[in-house]
Design a protein around this ligand. Structure first.
Ligand SMILES: Cc1cc2nc3c(=O)[nH]c(=O)nc-3n(C[C@H](O)[C@H](O)[C@H](O)COP(=O)(O)OP(=O)(O)OC[C@H]3O[C@@H](n4cnc5c(N)ncnc54)[C@H](O)[C@@H]3O)c2cc1C
Length: 221
C-alpha cells in the first residue's frame, strides 16, 4: 500500500550520495536489509518507482534512505537530487533483499553497502558484531560511504578496497579469487554480497568455486 511521506532532512554523505530522513508512516515496520519501492510525489514522477533500502533501524522514529545520485541522465535519483526538506516521497510495501543469517562475510560494492549499513547498525545495537567482516570496494576513496561509522562498528574487520586509483591507506585492485583466499579463513560461513552486476556475478562464481553459496543482490548497473 503506498504511503505519502514528507522529507525531514537531506544531508550529503559523499560527493554523490545523500541521506534522506523522512517521516515514517504509522505501523510501518521492516527488518534490517529490507527495501521498498520509492517514487517522488511530484507531477510526472509518481509512477517512477525505484528500489531503495532502509538504512535506519526499525525502531527509529524516521525512515532513512542513503541514495547514490546519478546525475548523468534524467532518472529518479537525479530528480531526488533536486528535492528539499518538505518535499514528499511515496513509499510502498516492504520487501526482502538480504537477510542476516549469522556471523560471516559482507562484500559490498558502492551503494551495495546500504543493506549492510542497516544490518551492521542492528548488530552493533544488539552487541553482536563479533565474527563479522566487511570488504567494501569502491572506485576511489572519495566514494566510500560512511567509512568512519563502519570502521567504528567493525574495527579492523572493515576492509576497504579501491579499484580505480592508487591509494596508500587502502587495499587496491579487484576483489578476486586471490584476494578472497588471502582474507577469508572459513568459506563455510555465510556470505552476503551486494553491488554492481559485474562484481556480483564474478564473485558469486568465485565463491561458489571456493565452496560457499553467497546471498547476493545486484544493485547498480
Ligand atoms: C533491492 C534494491 C535496493 C536498492 N537500494 C538502494 C539504496 O539504498 N541506495 C542506492 O543508492 N541504490 C539502491 N539501489 C539501486 C537503485 O535502485 C538504483 O540506483 C536506482 O533505481 C536508479 O534509478 P534512476 O532512475 O536514477 O536510474 P535509471 O537508470 O533511470 O533507472 C532505469 C530503470 O532501471 C531500473 N533499475 C535501475 N537500477 C536498478 C537496479 N539496480 N535493479 C533493478 N532495477 C534497476 C529502474 O527501476 C528503472 O526502471 C537498490 C537496488 C535494489 C535492486
Amino acid at each position: 500500500m503506498p504511503h505519502i511521506i514528507k522529507i525531514k532532512s537531506i544531508e550529503n554523505v559523499t560527493h554523490n550520495v545523500k541521506r534522506f530522513r523522512c517521516e515514517k508512516p504509522a505501523g510501518y515496520t521492516f527488518h534490517p536489509g529490507q527495501a521498498t519501492e520509492v517514487a517522488i510525489n511530484k507531477p510526472g514522477w509518481e509512477e517512477e518507482k525505484r528500489p531503495f533500502t532502509f538504512t535506519a533501524l526499525n525502531d527509529s522514529p524516521d525512515l532513512e534512505f542513503t541514495i547514490k545520485i546519478y546525475d548523468d541522465h534524467q532518472g529518479v535519483t537525479n530528480e531526488l537530487n533536486s528535492l528539499k526538506p518538505g518535499n514528499e516521497l511515496i513509499v510502498d510495501d516492504v520487501w526482502g533483499t538480504i537477510e542476516y543469517k549469522g556471523p560471516g562475510y559482507f562484500i559490498a560494492g558502492g551503494a551495495g553497502i546500504t543493506p549492510f549499513i542497516a544490518i551492521l547498525r542492528q548488530l552493533k545495537k544488539d552487541n553482536e558484531v563479533a565474527g563479522n567482516k566487511l570488504f567494501f570496494s569502491n572506485k576511489t576513496s572519495r566514494d566510500i560511504i560512511l567509512e568512519e561509522e563502519l570502521s567504528n562498528i567493525l574495527g579492523e574487520n572493515a576492509i576497504y578496497v579501491i579499484t580505480d586509483e592508487p591509494a596508500n591507506n587502502y587495499h587496491t585492485g579487484l576483489i578476486n579469487e586471490a584476494f578472497l583466499k588471502t582474507h577469508i579463513d572459513d568459506f563455510s560461513k555465510p556470505f552476503y554480497l551486494c553491488g554492481p552486476t559485474p562484481m556480483v556475478e564474478a564473485l558469486k562464481e568465485c565463491l561458489t568455486m571456493l565452496g560457499s553459496s553467497p546471498d547476493a543482490v545486484v544493485f547498480e548497473k
